[in-house]
Design a protein around this ligand. Structure first.
Ligand code: NAD
Length: 518
């Protein structure tokens, strides 16, 4: 086993600005110091102390990484399904063993609470566990005697070097949506984690080495726009999995597709919850507070808008009371509900959007803009904030705030509430809180969003299904994980075989017409 590039103090000590550990590249199974001339400083969001420096990989390093993927592909694609499956089994055990260590790194680099960071790893390792069923998942189809002496069989075959480009908000889960499925289907992967928190990916690479993954099956480069454009343009990269914001997602989708690549691009969101007056009030308000303010609102499935229908509008004071009780503090402090947001710039943007909402006419019964966290005066904290009387024309409604801010809209009827959701360009997730089966059913069938929760605030599907965000939240055809994820990472090869019983009569003329099999 190679020595860890992550000495324990890297995970535990929260301030060592004198000599920050650099984040390494992972090429051909080795952790390599980059020769980059440009580096991105990564700060602990709770303190703004420097944690590590992340390289903007050089052209030569990126070329070396993609070549390593290409070389490894030639043998990896021919490994048996059982070999790949066993690797997944070992990987899932190693991730579960090291879950706390990975979670601690996430809290340090990204800021979320330790419990939430555990969930980040857990939702990722569930994809690895699903991939352990490769022997069944990768089965093709066959039909015997489609014509006389003729059978058709289809195989799912790998596509080659794939690439993954990740966002900052789920540093373990999103890479785990990508490389395990790419690998188990026989591909190799070039991974670019977020430059804002690559540590979890690097710990996962250590585990890949530990469980015996051949060098080059996964390579990791770091960087921002240049690294992304390198991936979009490189002829050996056949497919790109992207998760992140709209600007990058649309750019990658168009640039990668123009270069003939298969793309799946999960982008931004504005997720609405409808609350009907017949809902279980406490359960609904707890769910909404948790889903709006958990992870400091930095989830693509965060509930950022609540539409209160009819008498449910009277519940605002109780919702405010519940949100007030959430404890804002550094993510590693016991009892924290809401950690810091990722950067001072993100905080500034959130504050501006709150302010613009108030200027445009929203009321603010809970204002987290001036929150003070005594022990961490330099952290990027924003307290839970509630804006009411929000209209769909307001900037704070149109923009994805990606912070602990809940906008409340009032509606007279369920139909009006559904119409608001369907007019929003995003289609990632939505939820309804009600005890009426008929209203729930109407919502399921009339709402235009890809992931629907019935009394479930964050309906992220488990890996046996797919993550099916729609409309403005997704570009592409095949979604992440589940059957669609397997299809994304494979081509279908269909074999039509004729094994004639007996010799062909000598006097039959060659047929030049299109063969009709019947
Ligand atoms: P981001 O778009 O800023 O960054 C994502 C990746 O793209 C990073 O690796 C980054 O280096 C790269 N990148 C950023 N800007 C780029 C540009 N202009 N050109 C090329 N590459 C660029 O996203 P983020 O801030 O890290 O993550 C938050 C966003 O991700 C939110 O919008 C959130 O909704 C979205 N997200 C979506 C899902 C989903 O499944 N739909 C899941 C998680 C996060």
């Amino acid at each position: 086993m190679r020595p860890s590039p992550f000495p324990l103090f890297h995970l535990l000590k929260r301030s060592y600005s004198n000599a920050p550990v650099t984040t390494k590249l992972f090429i051909d199974g080795q952790f390599i110091e980059s020769k980059a001339t440009q580096w991105v400083d990564l700060h602990d969001p709770a303190t703004n102390n420097l944690v590590t420096k992340v390289p903007q990989s050089t052209q030569a390093e990126m070329e070396a990484a993609v070549n390593s993927c290409q070389n490894a592909y030639e043998s990896w694609k021919n490994t048996s399904v059982l070999t790949r499956q066993q690797l997944m089994l070992k990987l899932q055990a190693a991730i579960r063993r090291d879950m706390k260590k990975i979670a601690a790194n996430i809290t340090l680099e990204q800021g979320k609470t330790l419990a939430d960071a555990d969930g980040d790893v857990l939702r990722g390792v569930q994809v690895v566990e699903h991939a352990c069923a490769a022997g069944t998942l990768l089965q093709g189809e066959s039909l015997q005697t489609v014509a006389k002496d003729m059978d058709i069989t289809s195989y799912k075959v790998p596509i080659g070097v794939t690439a993954g480009i990740c966002p900052f908000n789920f540093p373990a889960m999103v890479p785990l949506w990508m490389f395990p499925l790419a690998m188990v289907t026989g591909n190799t992967m070039l991974l670019k984690p977020s430059e804002r928190d690559p540590g979890a990916t690097m710990l996962l690479m250590e585990l890949l080495n530990e469980v015996g993954c051949p060098p080059g099956v996964v390579n990791v480069i770091h960087g921002t726009h240049d690294a992304v454009n390198f991936i979009c343009d490189h002829p050996n990269v056949k497919a790109i999995s992207f998760v992140g914001g709209d600007k990058a997602g649309k750019h990658i989708y168009s640039r990668g597709a123009a270069n003939g690549k298969r793309i799946q691009s999960n982008m931004g969101a504005k997720n609405h919850a409808i609350v009907l007056a017949d809902a279980d009030k406490n359960a609904a308000l707890d769910s909404i507070a948790g889903a709006a303010f958990g992870a400091a609102g930095q989830r693509c499935m965060a509930l950022s808008v609540a539409i209160l229908v009819g008498d449910a509008q009277k519940w605002i004071p109780e919702l405010v009371e519940k949100a007030k009780k959430l404890k804002v503090n550094a993510g590693h402090e016991p009892g924290t509900d809401v950690g810091p947001v990722i950067s001072p710039q993100a905080k500034q943007r959130i504050l501006q959007l709150i302010e613009s909402g108030i200027k445009q006419g929203a009321k603010c019964p809970l204002d987290g803009r001036n929150i003070k966290v005594e022990k961490y005066p330099n952290g990027n904290f924003v307290g839970p904030t509630i804006l009411t009387d929000v209209l769909p024309s307001y900037e704070c409604y149109k923009e994805e705030i990606f912070g602990p801010v809940l906008s409340i809209i009032s509606a007279d009827t369920l139909e009006d509430a559904i119409a608001i959701i369907n007019s929003n360009p995003y289609g990632n997730g939505t939820a309804i809180f009600t005890t009426s089966g008929n209203y729930a059913r109407q919502f399921i069938h009339e709402v235009d969003a890809g992931q629907v929760g019935i009394n479930v605030p964050i309906p992220v599907p488990l890996p046996m299904f797919s993550f099916t965000g729609s409309r403005g939240s997704f570009h592409g055809d095949l979604h992440f994980y589940g059957k669609q994820g397997l299809n994304f990472y494979t081509e279908t090869k269909t074999i039509t075989a004729l094994w004639r019983k007996g010799a062909v009569p000598a006097n039959v003329a060659p047929s030049v017409a299109m063969p009709v099999l019947n």
